[in-house]
Design a protein around this ligand. Structure first.
Ligand code: PA5
Length: 472
């Protein structure tokens, strides 16, 4: 029996949210009041979100993937056996989740470990089309020992499809026409071009289910394939998400972790705090901030409300890392404008203890560190930052993971997804579309001559000419 199958263990792994430092009682100066939070239409927003559950298919991912998980594990087994390199081709929601989960749950220097310690292939995620990026990859991989996983829900994103064209060309030159042991496709079941290519090349194919948008897709094959290939227990990841699903169904919204987070941010936005800093105090959680930035920004940054009125909603996510950014951005956070909420992500029990050895007893200002551990130091620094922020009247709250493991990471991802959906309801916007991103995609297609984009090409050509006076 796995740990996560027992109720007591699950409860011991429950994330803790402490938002005292958002509230008037602690913050003294200008904290939020309980009445201010309760004045939001919390119940109505919760009901609206719950009523949409049937469309929000990402909410079912912790529960309905038994067969898919078995297929992923089967695929991961042969990839782990055959491949030295596993390369994810994708961007946005198709890349940020795999990066975040890998960083959280594998060794921090995973790729540098010897094969026997890694257990699986090295992982690379190509989430950009910087011309130097693919070339740099080719300097460190051997194509014949590489399996690519091309991920695009739409099956048409220029960045990903261009990467695919390069990978297929390289593979055919290196291994011949049959590339089916070197390329895995993850895409929509019928929309877009990747599914056609997958059939043509006879590829192992995973489907991004309907109703699961890019930034809500980490817990489907988009994220699970890379995770399983790198040896992460994806069943435990999903169990953590399922546990959080149970917690986020609590109708008592002030006891519902996702609703509390959404409500706090809504009060903050109403008060003009348009910046949301995500600051993990753990290197393993560093890229959770990148994943979260996309989720929060792309979901909530909207021009129109559900009623069609112009609202220009949203809150700008900022990525920070404790302790590192205590020596840079924290100066701004403690003494700068009152336009931010700082979310601290803490860890109770790290996977390693690093003792600070005895040394220099004749220099007390150094020696005081001896006998402590890096665990104590990072936690003291985290507490110190929360204190400094609070003392200066800057709102902040802390989410604590008892440990970083697949279960707690599953909880965290799922909680943030539901919090985002809930904040979307409170803001009265559609959190699941991305017309601003689509506009950029269409303009790229037009600029590069994709068939069917003549009108967009003409629109771009008709834009006002640039004034040379403003170009130095
Ligand atoms: O969340 C989203 O929908 C986007 O950020 C997409 O993930 C991103 O644009 C990539 O799209 P696709 O997976 O269709 O290639």
């Amino acid at each position: 029996m796995k740990d996560y199958e027992t109720a007591a263990w699950r409860e011991s792994m429950r994330l803790k949210i402490n938002y005292n430092n958002m509230m008037k009682s602690t913050l003294i100066l200008d904290g939020f009041t309980a009445d201010e939070i309760k004045a939001l239409p919390l119940e109505a927003a919760f009901k609206a979100m719950t009523a949409k559950r049937g469309q929000l298919k990402w909410r079912e991912l912790p529960h309905n993937q038994e067969e898919i998980v078995a297929k992923i594990e089967e695929t991961a087994a042969w990839v782990r056996e055959e491949a030295e390199y596993f390369v994810v081709l994708g961007i946005g929601g198709s890349a940020l989740g795999p990066i975040a989960v890998h960083q959280a749950l594998r060794h921090l220097n995973y790729n540098e470990l010897p094969r026997e310690k890694r257990g699986g292939p090295r992982l690379y995620v190509l989430d950009n089309v910087d011309p130097e990026r693919f070339a740099a990859l080719l300097d460190v991989i051997d194509i014949q020992k590489t399996v690519f996983n091309v991920i695009t829900k739409s099956g048409s994103t220029s960045e990903t499809m261009s990467q695919l064209l390069i990978a297929v060309d390289l593979l055919k030159k290196a291994v011949g026409e049959d590339i089916s042991r070197h390329l895995i496709a993850t895409t929509d079941k019928e929309k877009g071009n990747l599914i056609k290519i997958a059939k043509q090349e006879n590829l192992t194919t995973f489907i991004v289910p309907d109703g699961v948008g890019g930034r809500f897709s980490e817990l489907c094959p988009v994220g699970l394939v890379a995770a399983a290939v790198c040896g992460i227990d994806i069943r435990e990841l999903l169990a953590g998400a399922a546990y959080m699903d149970m917690l986020t169904q609590n109708e008592n919204v002030l006891q519902n972790p996702a609703c509390v987070l959404g409500a706090l941010q809504k009060v903050a936005m109403d008060r003009g705090m348009n910046i949301h800093v995500m600051m993990p105090y753990a290197d393993s959680l560093k890229y959770i901030s990148d994943w979260y930035a996309q989720l929060w920004a792309e979901s909530l940054g909207k021009k129109f409300g559900l009623d069609g009125k112009v609202v220009h909603a949203g809150q700008t996510p900022v990525k920070a890392l404790g302790v590192t950014d205590q020596h840079s951005q924290v100066q701004l956070y403690t003494e700068g404008p009152f336009d931010k909420v700082v979310t601290i992500l803490g860890v109770d029990k790290f996977r390693t203890v690093t003792p600070i050895p005895e040394g220099y007893p004749d220099i007390p200002d150094v020696h005081f560190l001896s006998g402590h551990t890096h665990n104590e130091l990072i936690q003291a620094e985290q507490a110190a930052t929360a204190y400094a922020l609070t003392k200066s009247g800057h709102v902040n709250y802390t989410i604590t993971l008892p440990e970083v493991n697949p279960f707690t990471v599953g909880e965290l991802l799922y909680m943030f997804e539901v919090a985002t959906a809930f904040a979307g309801e409170l803001l009265g916007i559609d959190a699941f579309d991305q017309p601003g991103v689509e506009e950029g995609k269409k303009a790229t297609y037009a600029l590069l001559g994709k068939p069917g984009f003549d009108e967009k090409r003409a629109e771009l050509a008709a834009r006002p000419a640039e004034d040379p006076a403003y170009i130095l």
